[in-house]
Design a protein around this ligand. Structure first.
Ligand code: BGC
Length: 755
């Protein structure tokens, strides 16, 4: 009966979707029929409108373009009243009254800032990540935004690349799950005000820029694209993402913005993407700098390849009309692109109510922005993202008593908690720094002494990175000698020292690549001096990327990566530091021992000369380095907690090509805690060499102390097979290693044969 009811429900939903699509086709078709060529091209034009002021939109260039029907979408305009003013121009002053799409980079929250995406992925908590996206959509859509440039799902293997902070790290499978969750969270079913349009980016391969230097070139085999880099994009398309942004880089020698193979063959034809494609910021203009001829050719090639909307180059606006007259592009190609943009507006309900995102009263809006409920969710998720890397002698959790010295350049900053890509953010005194949170948290129980201790880095310019145009402040510059003395003075008084350091909040993100991933010398010097006091020291590493941690691993007893945790990070850190919550984050990007190991990732190929067991010695004629072993300081999937887990012996059941791997996991420690049981495979012999390990399933479980649960992870041909260089999926019978364990370096393995 249950099955019958759900079949009926599915049928009804499908019928209603068909009916909705038919209505949309009719509406959009009729509208297109009324549009002039210039108006159609206008819909393909996206420009920034940050300078538009309430009431004077008509006076600006943007207002003028909107009124003429030559602008279909804007970005970087914030505030519901300003957005409403411009929407009124579109609806009231343009000939056909077509509403604008209003886009913004809402990357990890709008007013309530969640942890940076890389951190969120370390929670491995897919429903919580989806909920965070839903909250971000609720908040920004109450303030006029209908389109976010998220999810960014670029697989990133090189921590030098600053934009690694925007994605889910190095694994395509986990990246795909997160990508789909974010799409669901933003878009919902498009029926409500808080369902906004998502934009999958950056298509494709942006995470593979050479040497981790932003905007650099990419060159990659198609085999690698299909297997290692494409899966998260594909997952987002399958989840129904409504728009896709092209990347700044080349794919196979062509710019991603004008690459017919990428946009037509792969994205539309093979994956069935039905939404619209937008360029990245001024990409068409950049094509000339890359060496692809002039603006007109580049605009035409972009359109022909399947790009529908031009962000910030005005190249479509400048050339398409003339090109149609000259017979260089067919008007039907412009109709096709315009139709896709109009369909997105229709799905968002903008034709029914163009003001649906910008009509709340301030009072009503306050019930959606930075609310206690949203902040609580952000605090809970932040606590799940911290990765406990080392905890010698069980220093953590700390006791809520005595004197605690909180030292370090990230200890008393609020802007410095957020990380890059927070276009909108609450006022800096609307949420606490770590120091403020800790004092509040421990009120009446323990005393918190504080000193900044040192600068973030020895390089003043780096400390100011990212803040040139923004009124953000992280950590003030201090006199190094005095700061050190002050830190040592309070450390000497304290029972335990918590050091809050690492990177500055804007050292990662767009255009913030680094050639040196180690902790700056001034921070190491301070830590060494503190450590020499012989007291327990805990380092909280704030970072937007994996930092090279050979030194920290060797020299510090307790180490927790807290990334950039957002507006609620201060209290979330206290929750975990003082044991009200047990850490549960697991790394989604390998932490290197040394910068020179990058790109470093667990799912690498074996090579013909691997070093299988490292004994501390360099091996002549094998694949290794003089200075460090090949492995990371801390591997993918790794993270400790305040309890310990025992794994029983794994079993593998086979039924044809369906494989189930099971293992009993017992919480042997003294408190409840989360374990993430991970399943990896290795295709032992295949026509193409396959990675040494590939994550293909996991389960995040809460185990009470003493509790045992048996976890079973099922694999099918889908997980065991791979793509050939034409993008055809295949399964090759033979031997496979099936692995279960607590992280990518700690697994049990069973070899099986599949016919
Ligand atoms: C970035 C995109 C972003 C766009 C709009 C570009 O510079 O690469 O990720 O969405 O700007 O702000």
């Amino acid at each position: 009966m249950k099955k019958f009811c759900s079949a009926v429900a599915l049928l009804l939903a499908t019928l209603s979707a068909f009916a909705d699509d038919a209505k949309m086709d009719k509406f959009v078709g009729t509208l297109l029929g009324k549009m002039t060529l210039s108006e159609k091209i206008g819909q393909l034009n996206l420009q920034p409108a940050g300078e538009v002021q309430t009431g004077s939109a008509m006076d600006t260039q943007v207002g003028g373009l909107v009124a003429e029907g030559r602008l279909g979408a804007v970005l970087n305009l914030t505030g519901k009243d300003r957005i409403r003013a411009l929407q009124e121009v579109a609806v009231g002053k343009s000939r056909l009254g077509i509403p604008l799409l209003v886009g913004l980079d809402v990357i990890h929250g709008y007013k309530t800032i969640f942890p940076i995406p890389l951190a969120q992925s370390c929670s491995w908590d897919i429903p919580a990540i989806e909920a965070a996206a839903r909250i971000a959509a609720d908040e920004c859509s109450s303030d006029g935004i209908s389109w976010t440039y998220s999810p960014m799902v670029d697989v990133a293997l090189d921590a030098r690349w600053g934009r690694i902070m925007e994605g889910s790290g190095e694994d395509p499978y986990l990246g795909g799950l997160v990508a789909a969750a974010l799409v669901r969270g933003y878009q919902g079913d498009f029926r409500h005000r808080q369902n906004i349009l998502a934009c999958l980016k950056h298509f494709a391969l942006y995470g593979a820029v050479e040497a981790g230097r932003d905007y650099n070139t990419v060159d990659m085999s198609r085999l690698r694209m299909f297997n290692q880099f494409f899966p998260p994009y594909k997952a987002a398309v399958e989840a129904g993402v409504g728009s896709v942004m092209t990347s700044f880089n080349l794919v196979d020698g062509l710019h991603a913005t004008a690459n017919p193979w990428l946009l037509r063959d792969v994205l539309r034809q093979s994956w069935g993407f039905g939404g619209f494609v937008v360029t990245d910021y001024a990409s068409i203009n950049e094509m000339e700098t890359w060496g692809f001829g002039g603006q007109k050719d580049n605009a035409l090639n972009a359109l022909r390849a399947g790009t529908d909307m031009d962000m910030c180059s005005q190249a479509f606006l400048n050339h398409l009309e003339e090109a149609v007259r000259q017979g260089l592009v067919a008007e039907k190609d412009i109709d096709e692109a315009c139709r896709r943009v109009l369909e997105a507006k229709y799905r968002l309900g903008l034709f029914k109510d163009p003001y649906r995102h910008c009509s709340m009263s301030d009072k009503e809006q306050a019930r959606h922005l930075f609310t206690p409920a949203h902040r609580q969710e952000a605090r809970d998720l932040a606590a799940e993202t911290f990765v406990l890397l080392k905890n010698e002698g069980n220093i953590l959790p700390l006791r809520k008593q005595g004197k605690i010295a909180l030292i370090g350049p990230n200890s008393d900053t609020t802007d410095g908690l957020l990380g890059s890509w927070c276009v909108e953010r609450p006022a800096r005194d609307a949420y606490p720094s770590l120091l403020q949170a800790m004092r509040e948290y421990l009120k009446g129980k323990a005393e918190v002494l504080h000193a900044q201790g040192c600068n973030l880095s020895d390089d003043e310019r780096q400390d100011a990175a990212g803040f040139a145009n923004a009124p953000y402040r992280t950590t003030p510059r201090v006199n190094p000698k005095q700061a050190l003395q002050e830190a040592l003075r309070i450390a000497a008084e304290a029972d335990v020292i918590v050091y809050a350091g690492g990177e500055g909040a804007e050292w990662s993100g767009e255009s913030h690549s680094r050639a040196d991933l180690e902790l700056p010398a001034c921070q190491k010097a301070l830590l060494s001096a503190i450590k020499a006091l012989g007291k327990p020291v805990v380092m909280l590493n704030f970072s937007g990327r994996p930092t090279a941690m050979g030194w920290e691993k060797e020299n510090l007893p307790a180490l927790m990566n807290v990334w950039f945790g957002g507006t609620e990070a201060g209290f979330a850190i206290c929750d975990v530091l003082f044991g009200d919550k047990a850490p549960s984050g697991r790394l989604t990007a390998s932490i290197p021992q040394a910068t020179g190991q990058e790109p470093l990732y667990y799912n690498h190929l074996n090579t013909g000369r691997p070093v299988s067991a490292y004994d501390g010695n360099f091996r002549q004629y094998q694949s290794n380095y003089f200075e460090v072993s090949n492995g990371p300081a801390f591997p993918f999937g790794y993270g400790l907690t305040y309890s310990s887990f025992k794994y029983g012996e794994m079993t593998v059941k086979q039924e044809g090509r369906n494989v189930t791997a099971s293992v009993a996991v017992t919480n042997e420690g003294s408190r409840d805690a989360v374990e993430v049981v991970q399943c990896y495979i290795h295709d032992v012999a295949c026509r193409y060499a396959r990675p040494v390990k590939e994550l293909k399933g996991f389960e995040r479980i809460m185990l009470r102390r003493g509790e045992t649960k048996t976890i079973s992870i099922s694999l099918t041909e889908q997980e065991l097979g791979s793509y050939d260089s034409e993008g055809r999926f295949f399964f090759e019978p033979g031997e496979f290693d099936i692995m279960l364990g607590a992280n990518s370096s700690n697994v049990q393995t069973k070899r099986i044969n599949i016919d």
